[in-house]
Design a protein around this ligand. Structure first.
Ligand SMILES: [Zn+2]
Length: 55
């Protein structure tokens, strides 16, 4: 489960493994996960090494 902020809902939502729509590996350690909030909004979450690094 992820607790992520949904800008469309305007608050944090809980997304389970079934809410993962897409996982895009951009290389350079940057992975973008597209989650589906319970209300159906797509939420992009940056993860991976590059998202943790400054810059
Ligand atoms: Zn939402």
């Amino acid at each position: 489960m992820w607790h992520v902020y949904c800008p469309d809902c305007g608050h944090g939502v809980l997304v389970g493994p079934g809410g993962v729509c897409e996982l895009v590996n951009h290389g350079n350690g940057l992975i973008v996960v597209v989650l589906r909030c319970p209300a159906g909004h797509p939420i992009s979450v940056r993860t991976g090494r590059a998202a943790d690094a400054r810059g």
